[in-house]
Write a protein that binds this ligand. Structure first.
Ligand code: ATP
Ligand code: MG
Length: 417
């Protein structure tokens, strides 16, 4: 039987945003239990700013939805409801009592969403969580932490420890292998010896990663300022072979894109998983060497994107972003430059330009051309016009000779593959 320990006044509650307190208070006012749990409690205790706040409650998702009118039942992983607040989305999950919704995390069953009979307690719920440091429950009002599994002790000694036997827990859900590396990359926690051994011995389970969850996990893991450390750990534990088998762990463009992403996060600039993908698979697209044929370029890009799609579910907006960023490379590099003004106004111009600069730094693109694009964004409009004129094609009179018919896109791809 787990032994519960209560610890008082370890957290400065002033660090908890008012919007989160209001959500918790509203649940309490409606007669339900509500506590903070997971990463926010862990991070507050580690002295770092939580990325987001997770609430756990005795209310079913439907009951939560009745309290927060604009809430959205998500049903990913656990029975989760998203409530929008001033600090972003707060995830409210219902206490679980069995691992019943592990099988297909994307589809909650009706009974799980509706029935109070399915609602567990803190005492049962904590056993279904992954690591001891993620199973600390915080009662804001009384400023008490509830710890069943020695999470506080592990935090003190900076240890990441599985709740229960790691092998069993990884067999239940192989995404926990990724989560383990996420937490050691993000925090200064170290894996326990047992966990470290299991990450090596159980990595083959990663062949069962679910494509939709993997895409969600990757966005969560790579866009919060520790992408480079995580990638290093993926390489160290040989996880890359299951996620990005085509990517060399020392590929210069990949490393540059990861570093750049981390730096942008630190400066508060927007980051995208799609940009990383564009960098990771750029050389696959480049080597097809297709230029100046819209249809052929799109076909080629789609063909390349089939490679990661075997493992990662890529949303349409992610694909479009990658395709556009790749296609922009030729447009940016072309000299003479056609329709320069339009190129500057393209939706993904900035991403295309960023990739071009990274490539130029690695001698994969012309440095002078990259600098030219840097300059044109900085000068006033009149000077821009002049710069564009200087590199535009010289207009020729139309010749009467008929052009050879263009090859179809399929012919171009077939010839290049
Ligand atoms: P972060 O600060 O990066 O959000 P987190 O620990 O809060 O880290 P979440 O993915 O937000 O991570 O999950 C919230 C909590 O839900 C976790 O702390 C953990 O207790 C539990 N959890 C999430 N995913 C799993 C899983 N696959 N298996 C077991 N427990 C999980
Ligand atoms: Mg969280």
């Amino acid at each position: 039987m787990p032994k519960l320990k209560r610890h008082k006044n370890l957290i400065d509650t002033a660090q908890i945003p008012n919007s989160v307190r209001r959500i918790v208070q509203k649940l309490l006012d409606n007669g339900y239990d509500a506590k903070l749990v997971g990463g926010c409690v862990r991070d507050l205790l580690l002295g770092t700013k939580p990325k987001d706040f997770d609430v756990v409650t005795s209310a079913t998702p439907l009951q939560v939805k009745r309290i927060f009118k604009h809430a959205q039942i998500i049903g990913r992983r656990f029975r989760i409801v998203h409530v929008k607040s001033e600090i972003g989305v707060v995830e409210i999950s219902t206490y679980r009592k069995t691992g019943i919704d592990r099988k297909d995390p994307a589809t909650p069953t009706r009974s799980l969403v509706r029935s109070p009979k399915q609602v567990g307690t803190m005492k049962k719920d904590h056993l279904l969580r992954d690591f001891t440091v993620n199973a600390l429950y915080f009662d804001i009002k009384r400023n008490v932490i509830f710890d069943y599994v020695g999470g506080l002790r592990d935090l003190k000694y900076r240890q990441l420890r599985c709740i229960g036997d790691p092998e069993t827990r990884f067999h239940e859900d192989c995404h926990r292998l990724l989560r383990a590396l996420r937490f050691v990359s993000k925090t200064d926690l170290k894996l326990t010896e047992e966990l470290d051994r299991s990450l090596h011995s159980q990595r083959d389970l990663l062949q069962h990663l679910e494509p939709h969850r993997l895409s969600y996990d990757l966005e969560k893991m790579l866009l919060h300022g520790y992408a480079r450390a995580l990638f290093r750990n993926f390489a160290k534990y040989k996880f890359l072979a299951y996620i990005f088998p085509e990517i060399e762990s020392n590929n210069a463009l990949t490393l540059a894109a990861l570093k750049n992403t981390d730096q942008r996060v630190k400066r508060g600039k927007p980051v995208r998983f799609a940009f990383l993908l564009a960098a990771f698979y750029w050389h696959h697209y480049r080597d097809l060497n297709i230029r100046n044929d819209r249809e052929a370029e799109i076909l080629a890009a789609k063909k390349v994107l089939e490679i990661p799609s075997q493992r990662i579910a890529l949303r349409a907006d992610v694909r479009d972003f990658v395709i556009e960023t790749w296609r922009l490379q030729a447009k940016l590099e072309n000299r003479p430059l056609r329709n320069g003004k339009q190129v500057l106004q393209r939706k993904r111009f900035r991403a295309g330009y960023d990739l071009l600069c990274m490539r130029a730094n690695l001698s994969d693109a012309n440095q002078e051309i990259a600098s030219w694009w840097t300059k044109i964004q900085e000068v006033p409009e009149t000077e821009q016009e002049q710069m564009l004129k200087e590199v535009s094609p010289v207009r020729k009179r139309k010749s009467k000779r008929r052009r050879k018919p263009r090859r179809t896109s399929q012919q171009v791809i077939a010839a290049s593959s």
